[in-house]
Design a protein around this ligand. Structure first.
Ligand SMILES: [Zn+2]
Length: 76
């Protein structure tokens, strides 16, 4: 589905596609490069959009990588 988000800090519209319905995860504005935690429900409504620090962003990315690695190990 297509997710459309308006950046709270610079008002730029961002849109991207997801395979699943809804989205939950870190989001970076293409224009002002601000980081946010974004949660969009299956109807495409933004449920959460709050500023995210670079540190938290890296942490979330690391967690995601760790989970992906684990899932890969399971299938092997
Ligand atoms: Zn922005």
């Amino acid at each position: 589905m297509q997710i459309t988000v308006k950046c709270p800090s610079c008002s730029a519209d961002s849109s991207f596609f997801t395979v699943k319905k809804g989205f939950q995860g870190p989001f970076r504005c293409w224009k002002c490069k601000s980081l946010f935690t974004l949660k969009v429900n299956k109807d495409g409504d933004t449920e959460l959009l709050e500023p995210l620090s670079q540190e938290d962003f890296e942490k979330q990315k690391a967690d995601k990588e760790a989970r992906r690695k684990k899932a890969r190990e399971k299938t092997v």
